[in-house]
Write a protein that binds this ligand. Sequence first.
Ligand code: 5GP
Length: 117
Amino acid sequence: MDTLFQRIIAGELPADIVYRDKLVTAFRDIRPRAPTHILIVPNKRIATANDIGDDDEALIGHLFTVARDLAKREGIAEEGYRLIINCNTHGGQEVYHLHVHLLGGRPLGPMLASPIS
Ligand code: 5GP
């Protein structure tokens, strides 16, 4: 069964797409946690970070160069931003189609809500 993101990539579900090429699609998160919140998604489905193959190295690198370019385009590169990949239950992954969150446009605070102790 297609994931939500595969349906967005295929144009079957609406999304605010900000970038697309033959390897990746980027669109704004439907529930933005920051003024800029973009999801950068491989066009081919990789379920989680655990499922990245050795032959996906170029694709994974491309996710990051697209994130870099979008950060610049959004005007958040200089002040800074955060890139997040959630994996499985403890990582808080909601959609099982690998994606990089690009978040910025305000100070994002500490990496996690609270320290370990
Ligand atoms: P995850 O927790 O899997 O790393 O993040 C999934 C993200 O997808 C969440 O931030 C959530 O708001 C976003 N999301 C879920 N459904 C949709 C949707 O239908 N459209 C868009 N644009 N984003 C979605």
